[in-house]
Design a binder for this molecule. Structure first.
Ligand SMILES: C[S@@+](CC[C@H](N)C(=O)[O-])C[C@H]1O[C@@H](n2cnc3c(N)ncnc32)[C@H](O)[C@@H]1O
Length: 226
């Protein structure tokens, strides 16, 4: 008898995007050094980075990763973990890490929801960056949005007290949705006002540039773990 399997709702579609030769070579050459494989075991950040007690920032959905590389090189006192499912982006960021000799950044190529659940130790993160998550703007697709109350609860467990979550989006409807979703949990407070001016330390991302070309406004929101 055929059994009906229930598939989880994913916040991404795995596009079979073409890998450039340069990205494909990077995946072959640099994965061993800079990629942490998905596993059902908590990460020991000190041994991954070979340093002790540096602050850990997790970025979810880094896309092509150019912004991630810039932030990691500008903030060498922090260690960064970038999560992305899309291979061309992972290949691109591996090249940036190699070219720019970035020591404080590692990549996990897997669904961030599962990474948070299985790999990130409780109260271990100092900050979480989510820049321009897929908007899933059609009403019937809203359920695919990454930012959902359950997901925020999960982040709340993994982030330290006074740690931050910085989210940006160029969809007003999603910005308001994010505010509502965070207000549904007791774990976070807003930093100052509801939206704040984009900080200089966040370089424009690829999706952001596209949004700006389309005439979109950009919203940055900063939540603090209570
Ligand atoms: C709209 S793009 C933005 C990329 C980048 N942050 C930027 O601003 O250019 C969203 C990215 O999040 C990734 N993504 C979505 N859901 C994810 C998940 N659950 N785990 C890991 N990556 C995810 C997608 O593959 C996509 O590359």
């Amino acid at each position: 008898m055929i059994k009906k399997t229930i598939r989880p709702i994913r916040s991404y579609v795995l596009r079979q995007g073409r890998l450039t030769k340069y990205q494909s070579v990077a995946l072959d050459k640099f994965s061993k050094e800079f990629i942490i494989s998905f596993q059902n075991k908590k990460i020991n950040f000190d041994s991954v980075f070979n340093t002790s007690k540096k602050k850990i920032i997790l970025e979810i959905g880094f896309g092509m990763g150019d912004t991630t590389a810039k932030i990691a090189s500008n903030f060498s006192d922090f260690n960064f973990i970038g999560i992305e499912v899309h291979s061309p982006g992972v290949g691109n960021l591996l090249n940036r890490i190699n070219e720019q000799e970035i020591k404080n950044l590692r990549i996990i190529q897997h669904d961030a929801v599962e990474v948070l659940e299985h790999m990130i130790p409780k109260s271990s993160l100092d900050g979480v960056h989510i820049f321009f998550p897929d908007p899933w703007h059609k009403k019937k697709h809203n359920k695919r949005r990454l930012i959902q109350p359950d997901f925020i609860e999960k982040i709340g467990q993994k982030i330290k007290k006074n740690g931050y979550v910085h989210i940006s989006t160029d969809w007003e409807d999603y910005a308001l949705w994010i505010l509502d979703a965070f207000k549904m949990t007791n774990n976070f407070s807003l930093k100052t006002s509801e939206f704040f001016v984009k900080p200089d330390h966040r370089p424009n991302t690829k999706y952001e540039k596209r949004g700006i070309r389309l005439g979109h406004q950009v919203w940055d929101i900063l939540f603090i773990r209570q």
